[in-house]
Design a protein. Structure first.
Length: 464
């Protein structure tokens, strides 16, 4: 049997193709599906089956387009309520393909319809060799239980405990574990960076599996959850109905600098600068927001923009625009207003001023804090803050910026940092857009602070 994992780093998402003889199965496909078609052709396979382990909330799936292009059947958990033709699979459902088989385990908890897929290669043994766990069991973590409109987090956490202990932990230690997400995904909070594991390893090392009491499990799983982006529930609904083909996306419209200036000043339109942070620092359209393509671009774009605020894109090249549109579509943003004609250069040539963003080093931050000539703002997530932070810094995680910017004393310049500089650039640009005049980015972030061996504090958060 052939099994391949396709890992999409910007979404920390893993999808899979399994093949036996001439028949292939795709599990949890990403929005753009050409990679599965290419892999199937290379291995002499025909894609006949598509499984979704649940209604994904952090990305838009390509199951509907892949089925349309291959004639494959789509399979969902029985309670998914998908509104397109599919097979609703109950616990114990079995699919045979070539010399292999998949057996469905109903494992509600992350979502009510979640399933896991036991995989057996009959040419090797008659017992399962692997389990595709979706968002039920991760490496070092389990799925968050707060992504349902119909169940409370407490109800789902209890269901998750039962699914883990009554289904997955009943499997032999040597069974390989292949999850749908890795480190960096917002579908959990403590994932390891590896791409696969075993039931035995998770049994020994996964913190959630060490919690023996169902009551304590529910308590821990529903406490201090990472912020849930608004677009998560919207993406789940898109996946319930099946997303349109990417080929149906309209051509992107060119917007002249003068037109964008009016849109920014009079209509409050969001201009999304996708260039690297150092270019944004040097000069950018006033009021634009920087989310660089180099990092978790789509996740942060969905979190900050949502799905109902189509942006105008600012880029340096057609290639950047094409990449941004694809990655935005993966989280359900596919109605951009257009792009700035000529980019930042075109804006400058039209006679409009560029804004800049000052930067300082970690050492300069330390010196200015000691002189009381700057205030520090940490925009990392709470676990990062708790593990270590700059003494005296205020804390307001970037996840909350969509709700409101921090209410902070502006009598001093505000030096913003994250771990490496990617998120602080987003935060600085949002603060500038909100009217904060004296904002400074800390180059290299907290990692640079640690590398310089500057003092690190720990303990409870100091929200602004």
């Amino acid at each position: 049997m052939y099994l391949e994992q396709f890992y999409l780093g910007c979404l920390a998402h893993a999808s899979y193709m399994l093949g036996s003889e001439t028949e292939a199965v795709v599990v949890d496909p990403q929005r753009d599906v050409d990679l599965y078609l290419q892999a199937a052709e290379e291995h002499g396979l025909s894609i006949r089956h598509i499984f979704e382990t649940h209604l994904h909330a952090d990305f838009v799936s390509g199951h509907k387009e892949l089925a349309a292009r291959t004639g494959a059947q789509i399979y969902f958990g029985a309670s998914a309520g998908a509104t397109f033709p599919h097979v609703a699979v109950p616990d114990g459902f079995e699919l045979r393909f070539g010399q292999a088989r998949i057996n469905v385990l109903e494992t509600p908890g992350h979502t009510p319809e979640s399933i896991c897929l036991l995989v057996t290669d009959n040419e090797k043994a008659e017992t399962p060799q692997a389990v595709l766990t979706g968002d039920t069991l991760f490496l070092g973590d389990v799925g968050r239980p707060d992504l349902s409109r119909t169940h409370t987090p407490e109800q789902l956490a209890g269901m998750l405990y039962d699914s883990l202990h009554n289904k997955l932990m009943k499997l032999p230690d040597e069974v390989l574990v292949y999850p749908a997400h890795g480190a960096g995904s917002l579908c959990g909070r403590n994932m390891r960076a590896e791409r696969s594991s075993t039931i035995g390893t998770e049994r020994l090392t996964n913190y959630a599996l060490q919690i023996r009491s169902r009551e304590e499990f529910v308590k821990q799983l529903t406490s201090n959850l990472p912020a849930r982006p608004d677009y998560f529930l919207q993406d789940a609904e898109i996946n319930r109905g099946g997303a349109s083909s990417l080929s149906e996306m309209p051509e992107l419209k060119a917007i002249a600098p003068a037109e964008l200036k009016v849109m920014l000043e009079e209509e409050g339109v969001m201009a999304l600068d996708i260039r690297p942070g150092d270019q944004f620092v040097a000069g950018h359209v006033p009021g634009s927001v920087n989310i660089a393509l180099s990092g978790q671009f789509a996740t942060w774009a969905g979190t900050i923009l949502g799905l109902s605020s189509p942006p105008v894109l600012i880029a340096d090249s057609p290639e950047q625009l094409a990449e941004a549109r694809l990655r935005l579509a993966r989280v359900g943003i596919e109605a951009e207003r257009g792009y700035l004609q000529g980019g930042v250069r075109g804006w400058k040539q039209a006679g409009f001023d560029l804004a800049q963003l000052p930067e300082i080093t970690a050492q300069e931050l330390q010196r200015r804090l000691s002189e009381n000539t700057v205030r520090a703002l940490d925009v990392r997530r709470e676990p990062e803050w708790m593990a270590g932070h700059v003494a005296g810094a205020a804390w307001w995680p970037l996840d909350r910026f969509r709700v409101s910017p921090p209410e902070i004393d502006l009598s001093l310049p505000l030096a913003v940092h994250c771990q490496s500089g990617y998120r602080s650039m987003i935060a600085c640009s949002l603060l500038q857009r909100a009217g904060f005049k004296n904002v400074i980015n800390v180059a290299g972030g907290f990692a640079a602070w640690q590398e310089a061996q500057l003092p690190v504090a720990t303990g409870a958060s100091q929200e602004v």
